[in-house]
Design a protein around this ligand. Structure first.
Ligand SMILES: [Fe+2]
Ligand SMILES: [Fe+2]
Length: 188
């Protein structure tokens, strides 16, 4: 059925509204952006303390190495965020991230409840880390989109670099989990 000649041709949709509230929107976007930036800045800074705790509890060399590598990357994530605050003309400021605190607490409870030198503990650490990575991936993806909406291509580029490292860590952890499970199954 042709859609261009509808029987209710007069009931047209309103034309796309021009952005008469464009300024207001961009102010709100930048407020949202800054709030999310403070949130992830708190998260990354606290991960600098949480990752070594988890790393010390790992058993397999592969996982130990992956955690080491991501700790180094996390230091860069903190520095990139500080660079972004500077570009935005703001002082670096944290806002407690309740979600990340919960994920880190969950990881700690798991470590307290499991025995050292076990593959089960490694598997639990991988689960904890992947939940953390997924939170970071979601946040960095949204921040990058907001940065683009606000016309800050330079900021979006910095966020993209971190986002790629978080995604890489996530897929590396999946690979380690799969090989760990396979080794355990073969040993049984
Ligand atoms: Fe990170
Ligand atoms: Fe991460």
């Amino acid at each position: 059925m042709p859609t261009s000649k509808s029987a209710h041709g007069s009931a047209r949709r309103p034309a796309h509204r021009s952005d008469s509230h464009g300024h207001m929107n961009s102010t709100r976007f930048s407020e949202l952006f800054m709030e999310e930036l403070k949130d992830i800045y708190w998260a990354e800074k606290n991960l600098l303390k949480a990752i070594p705790k988890m790393q010390k509890a790992t058993t397999s060399d592969e996982l130990t190495h992956a955690m080491d590598e991501h700790l180094e990357e996390t230091k860069h994530h903190v520095m990139r965020l500080e660079e972004i605050f500077e570009i935005m003309g703001k002082k670096p400021q944290t806002k407690k991230c309740e979600a990340m605190e919960g994920l880190m607490m969950e990881a700690q409870v798991f470590l307290d409840d499991t025995e050292a030198d076990s593959m089960v503990r490694d598997a639990g650490i991988i689960i904890s880390m992947q939940k953390i990575e997924h939170y970071e991936i979601a946040t960095y993806g949204c921040l990058r989109t907001l940065a683009n909406v606000m016309g800050h291509a330079d900021v979006a580029e910095l966020l993209e670099q971190t986002l790629e490292e978080e995604k890489h860590t996530d897929s590396l952890l999946t690979e380690i989990a799969e090989s760990t499970v396979n080794e355990e199954a073969a040993a049984e």
